[in-house]
Design a protein around this ligand. Structure first.
Ligand code: NAP
Length: 237
């Protein structure tokens, strides 16, 4: 029996990933910063609910205790994320001329420091699993090689905070994967997906976007680690 926790799973890609992994037979914790929204989502999916705000130490510690009491953890999907420079219409409202240290801090607080907080706090539980797996939800906008290639669609993206935070997610992934070779730890790029993150301006459905998250959540001990993937395969950093 595989137990999986997905942060930010009350909606969007996290919710769809939870739905698919419940279908695959995992015991799934829908982690949500709003306990009510998380409970509703979990009820719809036949999953467990746990309150978890990635920016809050006490909240993450309490979530670890609850999951430990429930029997432990095998798979952690670090999915919660924000894109502060994105307007409700899916247009970037703060490019290089407008981005502030405060916007950078808010973005990193959730997308990077939050991910490390969750990883660090769940690490003892994961290490007790026979086959621990971590999926860090990154972005194509994290790729330095893509962002410097004018032929790539992401090249035109003007925001600074979100791509910088996801580039940090990729480096966090690489360093954790080297430190814990007994775990499978990968970064994934879901692709441009219609969710609240981008004012539902994305090109793909959540079913398509969740594909690589679901796949990497199910890698076995012989699967890849320390990599960066989209649904088509490995990506260049
Ligand atoms: P979404 O629908 O806006 O969902 C984001 C989720 O993260 C929500 O459940 C949100 O909770 C949660 N969250 C935000 N801050 C949190 C915090 N401090 N603690 C716990 N949860 C928090 O967006 P999405 O598109 O599904 O995004 C999921 C992941 O995919 C993100 O990491 C995003 O960067 C990544 N991604 C998305 C796309 C895309 O095109 N959509 C492309 C590449 C990567 P609330 O409901 O409480 O706000």
């Amino acid at each position: 029996m595989t137990t999986t926790l997905i942060t930010g799973a009350n909606k969007g890609l996290g919710f769809e990933t939870a739905r698919r992994l419940v279908g695959a037979g995992h015991t799934v914790y829908v982690a949500s910063r709003d306990a009510g929204r998380g409970r509703l989502a979990a009820e719809r999916l036949g999953a467990r609910a746990v309150a978890l705000d990635v920016t809050d130490d006490a909240s993450v510690t309490a979530a670890v205790r609850a999951v430990e009491a429930g029997g432990g953890l095998d798979v952690l999907v670090n999915n919660a994320g924000i894109q502060v420079e994105m307007g409700d219409d899916g247009q970037v409202v703060a490019g290089a001329a407008e981005v502030t240290a405060e916007m950078m801090r808010r973005t990193f607080e959730t997308n990077v420091f939050g991910m490390v907080r969750v990883l660090h706090t769940f690490l003892p539980l994961l290490r007790r699993s026979g086959a621990p797996v971590v999926v860090n939800v990154s972005s194509g906008l994290a790729s330095l090689s893509r962002m410097t290639d004018p032929g790539r669609p992401g090249h035109a993206y003007a925001g600074v905070a979100y791509p910088a935070s996801k580039a940090a997610v990729n480096m966090v992934t690489v360093q954790y994967a080297k430190a814990f070779p007994e775990m499978r730890i990968n970064a994934v790029e879901p692709g441009f997906t219609r969710t609240d993150l981008n004012g539902n301006s994305g090109r793909q459905t959540v079913e398509q976007g969740a594909e690589i998250i679901v796949r990497m959540a199910q890698v076995g001990p012989d699967g890849p680690t320390g990599g960066y993937f989209d649904a088509e395969g490995p990506l260049a950093w």
